[in-house]
Design a protein around this ligand. Structure first.
Ligand SMILES: Cc1cc2nc3c(=O)[nH]c(=O)nc-3n(C[C@H](O)[C@H](O)[C@H](O)COP(=O)(O)O)c2cc1C
Length: 387
């Protein structure tokens, strides 16, 4: 058993154990990957203010996200094809999150279905929706999420069309993988993954196959997205979806203060400052640079959440100190899953929790609610002087 001390340790094992096409699917951004890289490197520009002789006994990372108690304000982000990184991946990740006491968000583009995840967990999870052209499909999937007791709808707004990731096209990404020579040669070196996959029936898009009509090739994410996603999604439709859902609504993919205000107008319970992990508009600002302006614009009217580039508990702390009330990890948990299944997701959460707790203490704070801008050293030009 390797000694895992960082998220980077998990990433390296994930790269070795998962088939190339799925690791690449996770570890890439769109086009030049500038935003993908900036999401991570911009965190490093922020430094921390060390404080001493502050009583640090009785610390807690516990918090609330949209009214739910969480062991730390770090949810698992919706990630498509999670069940291809490790067999039954969504179920494994949801169970790890449940045991840890943090929210799990199931993607529309998951391999395990909503019903399947609900049957293998005991607490409500969150469901992420991509809005499709087929309104009946949308109505049915919302009803399925309600029937499965999902306690929040995460509506993703930044993917009406798909940002191009070159590697996915070159690798012929599909679920399950198509048996080309190149793919088979790579799979032959991934025996552990292959054995586990042979042991499960969950190898297709579980929320889609058998539920959506007129899908010509549900195995190809790229083709399916191009065919089915609703290009005409606008704020009126968001408002209607909110009514249709009737429960807690989190709007994901906000990177601009004006859009944040629109999200407040439609009555969102929370927004997620996000650029989809650098997978959509390459050249957009990193999430952490965009966060302060959005908090200034709407932070007193709506719960502001954050994702993009979190690879440590220190990153979580920086986002919280800049005003986020909750954060999400995408790749950080997927590395854990691809490396070691459920135990790997648990390890990822443990690593982040320990880093958050220790850093909080060394900054002289005992609770996440007490984290504020005062514990950070932020360069004066951090937000940038963009015209
Ligand atoms: C492999 C992968 C698949 C993703 N699939 C989805 C998805 O199905 N729905 C969604 O709203 N966001 C999706 N995202 C974006 C994540 O929810 C999240 O915004 C992003 O991963 C955060 O950045 P991070 O990976 O640096 O933590 C995906 C991200 C990755 C890496």
């Amino acid at each position: 058993m390797p000694v895992i001390t960082t998220i980077e340790d998990l990433r390296r094992i994930h790269a070795r154990r998962a088939p190339r096409m799925f690791y690449d699917y996770c570890e890439s951004g769109s086009w030049t990957e500038q935003t993908f890289r900036d999401n991570i490197s911009d965190f490093a520009q922020i430094r921390l203010r060390q404080r001493v002789a502050v009583d640090m006994a009785g610390r807690s990372t516990a918090a609330r996200m949209i009214g739910q108690d969480v062991a730390m304000p770090v949810a698992l982000a919706p990630v498509g094809l999670t069940g291809m990184q490790s067999a039954d991946g969504e179920i494994k990740a949801a169970r790890a999150a449940e045991k840890f006491g943090v929210p799990f968000t199931l993607s529309t583009m998951s391999i395990c279905s909503i019903e399947d995840v609900a049957a293998h967990t005991t607490k409500p999870f969150w469901f992420q929706l991509y809005v499709m052209r087929d309104e009946d499909f949308v109505a049915r999937i919302l009803q399925r999420a309600k029937d499965a007791r999902c306690s929040a709808l995460v509506l993703t707004l930044d993917l009406q069309i798909l940002g191009q990731r070159h590697k996915d096209l070159k690798n012929g990404l599909s679920a399950p993988p198509k048996p080309t020579l190149r793919t088979m040669a790579n799979l032959a070196t991934k025996w552990r993954w292959g054995l586990e996959m042979l042991g499960t029936k969950r190898r297709f898009f579980g929320n889609i196959v058998g539920h959506a009509r007129g899908v010509s090739d549900a195995s190809s994410l790229t083709d399916w997205t191009a065919e089915q996603f609703d290009h005409s999604l606008d704020w009126d439709k968001v408002r209607k979806l909110k009514e249709q859902w009737g429960g807690k609504l989190i709007l994901k993919g906000i990177l601009d203060a004006e859009d944040a205000r629109r999200a407040v107008d439609v009555g969102a319970d929370a927004i997620v400052v996000s650029n989809h992990g650098g997978r959509q508009l390459d050249g957009a600002l990193s999430s952490i640079r965009a966060l302060p302006g959005i908090v200034r614009a709407v932070g007193d009217q709506v719960e502001v959440h954050f994702d993009g580039g979190i690879r440590s508990g220190q990153d979580v702390l920086k986002a919280l100190a800049l005003g986020a009330r909750g954060t999400y990890i995408g790749r950080a948990f997927v590395y854990g899953l691809g490396a070691m299944g459920e135990a790997g997701v648990t390890r990822a959460l443990e690593v982040i929790h320990k880093e958050l707790d220790t850093t909080m203490a060394l900054c002289g704070r005992r609770s996440v609610a007490a984290l504020d801008r005062d514990i950070l050293l932020v360069p004066s030009d951090f937000e940038g002087n963009w015209a």
